[in-house]
Structures are given as structure tokens and as C-alpha cells.
Design a binder for this molecule. Structure first.
Ligand SMILES: NC(=O)c1ccc[n+]([C@@H]2O[C@H](COP(=O)([O-])OP(=O)(O)OC[C@H]3O[C@@H](n4cnc5c(N)ncnc54)[C@H](O)[C@@H]3O)[C@@H](O)[C@H]2O)c1
Length: 354
């Protein structure tokens, strides 16, 4: 799935790019990262061209791909051009997919700038766009030429986005690393977290899983923990005037799915409580109104992991271990979701440990 480098782009990025011998380098950014991140990168790549799309999940669609393909043509980009996706998960997913189709595929580099994309979205080769109201429904699994993670980009990331990214780091700890979990439990304010150290522990969890199952035939499904409920919530909020952050939806999803694991008897209550306590750091105060369970059903029924009409989940059985392809009946899903809804107080606090 391509080499992954962690460290300053000043130390080696130019050499890695030279090795690709590109005829041109195009930077893809959104209207935030073009201002906050591109000046730092442009110092190293003064001759590169820039394509921008509006920020936010609403840009993750085929219209944005058409815009990128049109601009690539206008820039005379040939098959040896390299697209550098400079942004969060939106830019990495969108740019990777657009690059994988342009002239039947040009090379791309992921340069994640949000915590969520450094910890998760830029790694593993999943690319794609949302379609017909469903998350990531059109896409491909295709390797970037390489991924370069420079934590210096995080200096300009708003706190709410940092919290959203922390959700995927917590997911990796729950599904595969008690050591990372202990590190997160022991750390203090989110603003002061040692991101480079945390990423060093986080990355092997995802890399080891995708190396053993690149096309998600089995164990890779554990990376979807929290995402069955999370994607349904995210898709629901995209139909409202108040779209929700991916990490917030995944955090809510991880709590509901942990509760499901507890109800079906594979996760002990003290561990569920530990997970809820950790999630509070990402979620509180919650400023989204949770929809009725019935509003989520449409998306749950269309989840990409479903088989033969069964909604399948990846559920943890302890910190550091997670199963997959676990079917749950509708009553358990609904009971767990209602547990969450009833546990959110009017001021957005979580009162779930009762
Ligand atoms: N491919 C995968 O394996 C995978 C995994 C997890 C999530 N995802 C996808 O990732 C997306 C979410 O990623 P995200 O949370 O990074 O969202 P995002 O790309 O929308 O970025 C979040 C916000 O942060 C801004 N931003 C990014 N870097 C910045 C910086 N350094 N300084 C200032 N602002 C900055 C962006 O402009 C945007 O407004 C979702 O579409 C999700 O489906 C994909």
C-alpha cells in the first residue's frame, strides 16, 4: 500500500518525489488547506500547480472529480504526472479516487494534514466519494506512491478537528493496541498530546492489519468498528443543515457498538465503562441532536459490510481485540442506540454510566 514516512517534509520529501520522475506535480487542496498548509509545501515544490475544491464532506462527490479531471486536462497533465493530496480525509479519499481514474490511473501521494487523515484515512489505499446519499459508495482500493505524515501540519488544525481525529486513534487502540490505549489514558489535555509519539504507536495497528488483508476479505473489517452506526449517523446528518464531523459520528458509533457487544455478552461492563469515559473526551459537549432510531434504518440496511440482508458488525471483546462479521438482531441494535440517546443530557454531557 506504498511506503509511509513520518517526520518533517524537509527531510526527504524532495528525494522521494524525484525518484518518481514526474512530468509535473499538482497539489490538490481544499480552501482551508490551500491557505494553512500549502505555503509550507510550496517552499519545497515551487513549480507545482494547484487545484482546490471547497472544504467539507459535501465536496466528496463525482462533481468534484469532474472538476479535478477538467483542471488536470487544462494543466496538460499526462500519465506521468503526480497528484499530491494535501488535506484531510476528504482530500485523500477524493484525490486518490480521481487520480486512480484519470487516464486510467496516475500516481498520487498522500500528504495528510488533519489528525484523522494522518492516523487513518491516508493509510491503506481506500479511496472514493459519497454517492446517492451513501458514504464512500463509489471508490477503489489503490495504493498511493507513498504517504508522508508531517505532524507540523497539525499546528493549524482547529481543536474540534483534532478531537475528531482522536476518535480514530482511540479506535485503533480498542481494536489492536492496549499499549496505545494506556498512552491515551495517561495523557492530559488534548491540546498538549504528543502527536508524533502517538502516531508512532497508532500507525503499526493499521499497517499490520492492511498488510495481512489489503482487500478486506477478513480481519481488515475490524477497522470498521464504530462505523456501521457511525456512517449511518454521518449520512443522516448530511441530509440536514448541520453535517457532523466523521470522528464525532464514529465516536457515537463506537459507544453504541460497544454497548451491543456488552448486551450480547462478549464485552464486560467495566471495559464498556472505560470506553465511554475515553469517548467523553472526544464527544463532550455534544452539539448534535441524535435522530430517532428509525431515521438510521435506511443507511444501516445499505451498509457495505451487510451480507444476505444481515447487518454485520465489528465488535470488541476487550481493549486490544475485536471480532468481525458479527450479526446482531435489530432489538439489540435499537436497545443500544436508545441507551445512547437517553444518556445524553440537555447540555450535551454523557450520562451513560448508570
Ligand atoms: N480512506 C479511509 O480509509 C478513511 C478512513 C477514515 C476516514 N475517511 C474519510 O475521511 C474523511 C474525514 O477526514 P477529516 O476529518 O480529515 O476531514 P476533512 O478532510 O474534511 O478535514 C477536516 C477539516 O479540517 C481542515 N483541515 C485539514 N487540515 C488542516 C490543517 N492542517 N490546518 C487547518 N485546517 C485543516 C479541512 O479543511 C476541513 O475543514 C471522511 O470523508 C471519511 O469518510 C477515510
Amino acid at each position: 500500500m506504498g511506503n509511509v514516512f513520518l517526520g518533517s517534509i524537509r527531510e526527504g520529501l524532495a528525494n522521494e518525489l524525484n525518484d518518481l520522475q514526474p512530468t509535473s506535480v499538482i497539489l490538490l487542496a481544499d480552501d482551508n488547506t490551500v491557505v494553512k498548509c500549502l505555503p509550507y509545501l510550496k517552499e519545497l515544490l515551487p513549480d507545482s500547480k494547484v487545484i482546490t475544491v471547497p472544504h467539507g464532506e459535501q465536496s466528496k462527490n463525482l462533481d468534484s472529480c469532474i472538476r479535478i479531471w477538467t483542471e488536470l486536462i487544462q494543466l496538460n497533465s499526462d500519465r506521468e504526472a503526480v497528484l499530491i493530496n494535501t488535506g484531510g480525509g476528504l482530500i485523500c479519499d477524493l484525490g486518490g479516487f480521481a487520480a486512480s481514474c484519470y487516464q486510467r490511473g496516475i500516481r498520487f501521494v498522500n500528504m495528510p494534514t488533519s489528525l484523522l487523515s494522518m492516523a487513518d484515512a491516508a493509510i491503506g489505499g481506500k479511496t472514493g466519494v459519497d454517492f446517492a446519499g451513501y458514504k464512500n459508495y463509489i471508490g477503489s482500493i489503490v495504493a498511493p506512491a507513498f504517504t508522508w505524515i508531517d505532524p507540523a501540519f497539525l499546528k493549524t488544525l482547529p481543536l474540534r478537528e483534532t478531537k475528531s481525529g482522536l476518535a480514530e486513534v482511540i479506535k485503533h487502540a480498542i481494536i489492536g493496541s492496549p499499549e496505545l490505549w494506556d498512552m491515551l489514558e495517561g495523557s492530559t489535555a488534548i491540546e498538549d498530546m504528543p502527536w508524533e509519539e502517538i502516531l508512532k504507536k497508532n500507525l503499526p495497528v493499521k499497517l499490520n492489519i492492511i498488510e495481512s488483508d489489503p482487500f478486506e476479505k477478513g480481519i481488515r473489517k475490524v477497522l470498521n468498528f464504530g462505523h456501521t452506526i457511525g456512517h449511518a449517523l454521518e449520512s443522516y446528518y448530511l441530509t440536514t443543515s448541520h453535517p457532523a464531523l466523521h470522528g464525532v459520528c464514529v465516536s457515537l458509533g463506537m459507544m453504541v457498538e460497544s454497548k451491543m457487544a456488552n448486551i450480547i455478552g462478549i464485552l464486560e461492563k467495566p471495559v464498556l465503562e472505560e470506553i465511554v469515559t475515553m469517548m467523553k473526551r472526544v464527544i463532550e459537549p455534544l452539539d448534535y441532536h441524535l435522530p430517532e432510531y428509525e431515521s438510521l434504518a435506511r443507511w444501516l440496511k445499505q451498509d457495505k459490510k451487510n451480507r444476505a440482508g444481515q447487518i454485520l458488525f465489528s465488535l470488541p471483546d476487550r481493549i486490544g481485540s475485536c471480532g468481525w462479521n458479527l450479526a446482531a438482531n435489530e432489538e439489540v441494535i435499537q436497545e443500544s442506540y436508545e441507551w445512547l440517546v437517553q444518556g445524553v443530557t440537555a447540555d450535551g454531557r454523557l450520562n451513560l454510566l448508570r
